[in-house]
Design a binder for this molecule. Structure first.
Ligand code: PLP
Length: 365
């Protein structure tokens, strides 16, 4: 194994930078996930050398052998995080060490080598630094960062790869939901599940998303924004959306969210919301919540709000829930008051509008 201390990044700027006027034009309406910055981070791994060859370089296609094992057995993990422009003009990350640690946990589950936390943080910080002109000017804009790692050994046998490539790319981002919708409509997937006990639900791996796409496509077909998955064993307990965790606001001061038991992705937004909600005096309960209870509580009015949360979309109200047996609205089907309050609280911390009493904001420059 290479000594972590020797893992220094070489930084090489692109020699053909984009015309600044053109960049500004792109940044006026970045959308989500379509536009990319000019650089990327790369670190190689082999069993013999450990982590090595760390660099920041111009963004360009990578060569892959058709027998690269990720293309066959999907040994791949990723992270999603954002760099923000703060109210005072500084640039910051939100709880980046949490992403680094989750990346290590995902790697472990997928029989991949763990990237040192310092290397993860350095790769992200150096990329944000070199692409600092790529922050979108739009309201709510940020620089979305996508660290990922995949099996790069040229080999078709079924065993963990002996070579990996870790990379980070950056994408200027506007709002996640196209309509900027105040409350989303979600589709209950009854035919497909996302993660089973003992499976990979808690790992942020591409395979989980691949398995969710047919359900997501079904949701879009039914004019829904997102799909909600139930537990695989009983098809009864509400787990999460394809890429967001769920919360239920009750009329007795409880805030219910499904527990992290291995089938749900432990979101950093989820954990932050739990902390902020407790500070608001809410009784946060991490316990299973069934689809039948959800429907009943919505009908009786005991359920006031439901919201989904994650880095990409931050916090979003769920207004309508549709399934093969019908649909129900949560309250009037619009955005919720407490949802909006918690969202604002979180965004104000992320944007440096209020004091960061939790030590969540990591200032870069
Ligand atoms: C990434 C992700 C989330 C949200 O995690 P955050 O750390 O809050 O961005 C929730 N569910 C799934 C399935 C995810 O992949």
């Amino acid at each position: 194994m290479a000594n972590d201390d020797t893992l220094e990044f070489t930084v090489e700027k692109t020699t053909s930078p984009i015309d600044p006027a053109k960049r500004e034009q792109f940044l006026e309406d970045p959308g989500f996930g379509n536009l990319f910055t000019e650089h990327m981070a790369m670190v190689h791994y082999t069993d013999e050398k450990g982590w090595h060859n760390a660099r920041i370089q111009k963004r360009e296609p990578i060569m892959m052998d058709p027998a690269s094992s990720v293309l066959h057995y999907a040994q791949e993990i990723f992270e999603g995080m954002k760099a923000y422009r703060l109210a005072d003009g500084d640039t910051a990350l939100f709880r980046p060490e949490q992403n680094a640690q989750r990346f290590q946990r995902s790697a472990k589950r997928m029989a991949m080598p763990e990237l040192p936390e310092v290397t993860f943080l350095e790769s992200v910080e150096k990329l944000v630094d070199i692409d600092r002109d790529w922050f979108p000017s739009v309201e709510g804009g940020s620089l979305y960062l996508r660290p990922f790692m995949f099996a790069s050994e040229v080999f078709l046998g079924v065993r963990p790869s002996r070579e990996y490539l870790y990379m980070v790319i950056a994408s200027p981002a506007g709002a996640y939901f196209k309509s900027g919708a105040p409350a989303i409509t979600i589709w209950v997937s009854e035919d497909y599940s996302r993660a089973a006990p003992g499976g990979t639900g808690a790992a942020k791996c591409g395979g989980n998303y691949a398995a969710s796409l047919v359900a997501q496509a079904e949701a879009i077909e039914r004019s829904c924004d997102q799909v909600v998955f139930l537990d695989a064993a009983e098809g009864r307990w509400v787990e999460e959306l394809g890429g967001m965790n769920l919360f239920f606001v009750m009329d007795d001061g409880r805030l219910i969210t499904p527990p992290v038991t291995g089938t749900i992705l432990p979101g950093i937004t989820r954990e932050s919301i739990i902390i902020l909600a407790k500070e608001e005096g809410l009784d946060v309960v991490e316990e299973p919540y069934s689809i039948d209870q959800w429907r009943d509580d919505a009908a009786s009015g005991r359920l006031l709000e439901t919201f989904a949360c994650g880095t990409a979309a931050v916090v979003t109200s769920v207004g309508t829930v549709k399934s093969s047996t019908g649909e129900f609205k949560i309250a009037s089907g619009g955005p919720g008051q407490l949802t909006e309050k918690l969202r604002q609280k979180l965004v104000d911390i992320q944007r440096g509008v209020v004091e960061d009493t939790h030590g969540w904001v990591k200032r870069l420059f």
